[in-house]
Every structure is written in structure tokens, then in C-alpha cells.
Design a protein around this ligand. Structure first.
Ligand code: GLU
Length: 307
């Protein structure tokens, strides 16, 4: 029996959906639905200080109204601490975790997915063999290995990374509580039975860390497809505020919904004929599902010009 794919979209409710996250939503929906699979939603609300009240609901209502229907109950990371705790204990029992007393910016941001430029230089490993005199633990780090991790991405192709050289031992938990994105995403993808990880290419370099965790925890590695990013003009970082795709921030679904879905499909290399482009969102998506050709997805990040 062949198993149908299980895809997911994992927004962080730190701002409204924007053009970039919409492309990730449409792309992951297409990969899963094109072969009759299911599509799940996980709210990545671990980074509590950055969560904006009401945003999760806004994202869900917007997805629904754009015809991006998901299966089952929404999974909320903030309610799954016990699962992360159990995985953390397993890693501790393996001797792979150590307390770290260094104060670094990667600590402050560890609960969120690292976006370009947020990873910083590789960790030097000063606390690997014990905390330095007079320093208390600020975080817990996972030991990495001096070995290349290789995977083949469905869009970006072969990707290799030596974790020791790329990032060094990385934070999986802060001393004051929150688990890091890298640990949570691995635990959740496995617990949700996810077999396809489709997301923006800004997370391509996080994937080897996640594969390392999966190997240690004895969890399967899903197929990966990292999608090109939507940039601002001249390749600049997309401003969430300027490109909000949100019901509460002026999105008029009757007029804008179909246009946004068409623009996302075209951004992913799927050419939509004019007679389909004028249809309601659900019909456009249904057309896209039937014709989806992942080999047409371009690798280059660029502006989304046609909206
Ligand atoms: N929550 C992450 C983000 O919004 C995505 C994480 C993932 O897809 O693995 O960037």
C-alpha cells in the first residue's frame, strides 16, 4: 500500500500572513493535495513575547477564505511542552546536551525559526567541556558532529552542510524555559506524521540541524522542498507590513483573493490561463492541484510583481 503524503504549513503568529508566507502556504498545499494527501496547520507560537494577540486567528480565517482548507485540528506549539520535554530528556540521556553560559544573540531568538542573517557565526564550543568559572547556564546546547549532512531538496537540489563548520553546537532550550524552534519543529513534524516539509528557502540551512536531531531521536526524515522567497524591490527583505495578506488589514477577498492565488501559483512557475484566473479562489486552487508540476518551480528568490 502506498501512503499518501502528509504536508503542513507552519506559520508564526508574530504578524499577519504576507505574500511570502502565502506562497509557502500555496506551495505546501499544492505538494500535498496534488497527490491526494492531507495538509495540516501548525501554529508556531512558542516565542511568546513575539506572538501578536489575534494574529493566529487572523491567519486561519484568511487561509480559510482563500480556499486553503486544512485537515484536522490546528496544532498549537505552545500546548505541546511535554512532547518537547520528553525529546529533550532523551537527548540528555544520550549525553548530547550540555549547559552553556555564553550570552549570545542566538539565544534570544532561538524560539523562532532563523531567517537569513539571523544565524550568526558558528558557536565556538567554549562550554562544551563544562561551564566556565563563575558562569551560570543560560541555555542548553546540542552537540553536533564534524560530518557532512546531505539531503536532496525537491526544488533546490542537493544540499550539504557540515554542522560543526556551519553553526556549531546549537541551542535547543533556553535555561529560563522555552524550547528552541529547531527541536520543536522536529518533534512536531514526527508527531503529526508529516512526510513533506515544504517551506521557504530561508529555512534550507536549518534542515541539516533538523536531520541531526531526527537521527538522534530515531525519527524519520521527511521529503523537503524549499521554495524561492518573495523579496521586496531589488531583492530586499519583504516587509510584512507592506505586503500583509490579512482580512483585518484591508484584504478584499472578493476582488483580491483570486489575484493573490494566481500570483502565488505563477510565482511557483505554474502558468494560469486567463479563463481560470477569473474564477473564485477554490476553483483556481483546484485547477492548480490538477496541473501542479513541481519541476517548474524556479530556484531564484525574487519580487512578486503581478499583484
Ligand atoms: N514558523 C516558521 C516561519 O514562519 C516556519 C517553520 C517551518 O516551516 O519549518 O518561518
Amino acid at each position: 500500500m502506498t501512503h499518501l503524503p502528509v504536508g503542513r504549513f507552519a506559520p508564526s503568529p508574530t504578524g499577519p500572513l504576507h505574500l511570502g508566507s502565502l506562497v509557502a502556504a500555496v506551495g505546501s498545499w499544492l505538494f500535498a493535495r496534488a497527490s491526494g494527501g492531507s495538509w495540516l496547520i501548525r501554529m508556531e507560537d512558542l516565542d511568546l513575547p513575539r506572538v501578536v494577540p489575534g494574529m493566529a486567528d487572523d491567519i486561519l480565517r484568511t487561509l480559510e477564505r482563500l480556499g486553503l482548507e486544512w485537515d484536522g485540528e490546528v496544532v498549537w506549539q505552545s500546548r505541546r511542552t511535554e512532547l518537547y520535554e520528553a525529546a529533550f530528556e532523551t537527548l540528555c540521556d544520550q549525553g548530547m546536551i550540555y549547559p552553556c553560559g555564553c550570552s549570545r544573540s542566538d539565544l534570544a531568538r532561538s524560539a523562532s525559526a532563523p531567517h537569513p542573517g539571523e544565524d550568526g557565526p558558528p558557536y565556538s564550543g567554549v562550554c562544551r567541556d563544562g561551564l566556565q568559572e563563575g558562569r551560570g547556564a543560560r541555555s542548553f546546547r546540542l552537540r553536533v558532529i564534524d560530518e557532512e549532512i546531505l539531503f536532496v531538496d525537491a526544488v533546490m537540489g542537493e544540499y550539504r552542510q557540515n554542522l560543526l563548520h556551519a553553526c556549531g553546537d546549537f541551542v535547543v532550550r533556553r535555561k529560563d524555559g522555552p524550547f528552541a524552534y529547531q527541536l520543536a519543529v522536529v518533534v512536531d513534524d514526527a508527531a503529526m506524521g508529516v512526510t513533506q516539509v515544504v517551506r521557504g528557502t530561508d529555512l534550507l540551512s536549518s534542515t541539516p540541524r533538523q536531520i541531526h536531531l531526527q537521527r538522534l531521536l530515531g525519527l524519520p526524515t521527511a521529503c523537503h522542498a524549499h521554495l524561492p522567497l518573495v523579496t521586496g524591490s531589488g531583492g530586499s527583505k519583504l516587509s510584512k507590513r507592506d505586503c500583509a495578506v490579512s482580512l483585518t488589514q484591508g484584504l478584499h477577498l472578493a476582488t483580491d483573493g483570486g489575484r493573490l492565488i494566481v500570483a502565488s501559483l505563477e510565482f511557483l512557475g505554474q502558468t494560469v490561463p486567463a479563463e481560470v484566473a477569473a474564477a473564485p479562489c477554490r476553483e483556481i486552487l483546484e485547477w492548480g492541484r490538477g496541473r501542479f508540476d513541481p519541476t517548474r518551480i524556479p530556484c531564484q528568490s525574487r519580487e512578486l510583481t503581478s499583484v
